[in-house]
Design a binder for this molecule. Structure first.
Ligand SMILES: [Zn+2]
Length: 408
């Protein structure tokens, strides 16, 4: 794909005017599974709303258009000739910082091997649309309004006031756990989107245990709630993206399978698989933009699942991160090391065979925050089942995730 991209660039630049002409936009081919966001993320363009608008205009599509795999699209990056001396003269611009931003962008694309040669070698500068046209309005994305601010706001607008601890009640955790005292403010200003997998008509994977069905969505939800509560108790701003108002944190081994889950904002979980994924990523991206406008820069999305494999395959916790995201990789590795340390202490043979890898999953590809996708075990394996059916183990899992994600 990179070679083909480069080839196209080559054709463009050898045949057309090499000035910053209107039609001199870089082109690239959509890969299987590409959405607009993942396509633009490869070129680090997706966080600027104006780049998305420009992409739509160039390709005569709307924000809702699905990209067609194998099709060539224009990118909001203009290709210009580098005069071998300096960027300002090459582009006929006067501002030093703008030129520096363009230089940094080209160096980044080279480091990521998205651009194959330095502009000093191939004499081609990539000029992303946002640097010249919208650097000042990075956060002008128009987002549908979601009135609730966060889990914390649902509970109590004064949640950050320690002088008012009696009010820290979060109904989503259920009557026994709603009251969530503030233990520290160490995560103040940090945002966590918790996406418990599946829900609604889709129970996810199903395991059998002592004559009962184990539904993935219920166990993932319980661990997610427990993680969420720990984050809140240290001052984080959190969102449970899938929600079940009449299932709080639950004890016991068998969590009843039900279908009444909702998503943040109160809609039912969509019945279509594809819609269900976009429903979630759209909510997360909307909230992400709102938070960014409010000046919150540290935002993380965590999807929690329990895998289904052969009955004989025990699997440790698998951690997946966004391709191309350094922050995601760092966060994944930190979580991995933390969990491995726990296993050394708590597991008899001390072995931990989890992994950290990238994987082409919607919730990684199409979400704007730094994102991880976790598989907590194999819901069909008897020993993995112990990890989720015992309440104390669900609590321990949540604690390990909390510690590994936050370093607390
Ligand atoms: Zn799943």
């Amino acid at each position: 794909m990179f070679f083909r991209t480069y080839y196209l660039v080559f054709i463009l630049s050898c045949c057309w005017s090499l000035a910053l002409a209107q039609n001199n936009y870089l082109q690239a081919i959509a890969k299987p599974g590409d959405g607009m966001l993942s396509f633009l993320r490869r070129y680090q363009l997706e966080t600027y709303s104006c780049n998305i608008d420009k992409f739509c205009a160039l390709n005569k599509v709307t924000r809702k258009t699905e990209l067609i795999k194998g099709k060539t699209y224009f990118l909001p990056i203009q290709v210009a000739k580098f005069n071998a001396k300096n960027i300002r003269a090459s582009l006929n611009i006067s501002d030093f910082n703008t030129a520096l931003a363009i230089q940094k962008y080209n160096e980044l694309m080279l480091a990521k091997q998205v651009k194959l040669k330095s502009y000093k070698v191939d004499r081609e500068l990539w000029v992303p649309h946002h640097i010249l046209n919208c650097a000042a309005n990075k956060s002008t994305a128009s987002v549908p309004k979601i009135t609730l601010i966060s889990e914390n706001e649902v509970a109590d607008p004064n949640y950050q006031q320690e002088s008012n601890p009696g009010k820290r009640k979060f109904p989503i955790f259920g009557p026994d756990f709603a009251y969530t005292p503030l233990l520290s403010s160490k995560l103040n200003g940090q945002v966590f989107f918790i996406d418990a997998g599946h829900g609604g008509n889709d129970p996810g994977a199903i395991g059998r245990y002592n004559g009962h069905d184990l539904c993935e969505d219920e166990y993932a939800y319980d661990v997610s709630l427990r993680l969420c509560r720990k984050l809140i108790s240290h001052g984080a701003i959190t969102y449970m993206i899938t929600r079940d108002p009449n299932d709080g944190i639950r004890g016991g081994t068998i969590l009843k399978c039900d279908k009444d889950e909702q998503v943040w904002g109160g809609s039912r979980v969509s019945t279509s698989h594809r819609m269900r994924l976009f429903q979630r990523s759209n909510i997360i991206n909307t909230l992400y933009e709102q938070n960014r406008k409010a000046g919150l820069s540290k935002q993380v999305s965590i999807s929690i699942h329990i895998d289904s494999r052969g009955r004989n395959q025990q699997v440790d916790l698998f951690i997946y991160h966004q391709k191309g995201s350094e922050e995601g990789k760092t966060m994944a590795n930190r979580l991995f090391k933390s969990i491995r340390n726990k296993y050394e202490i708590y597991r008899k043979n001390g072995q931990y065979e989890g992994t950290v890898t990238t994987r082409d999953l919607h919730m990684l590809r199409e979400t704007k925050p730094t994102a991880l996708f976790l598989e907590l075990g194999n819901i069909r394996h008897p020993r993995d089942q112990q990890r989720i059916v015992l309440e104390s183990n669900r609590e321990a899992l949540a604690k390990w995730l909390f510690e590994g994600l936050t370093g607390l």
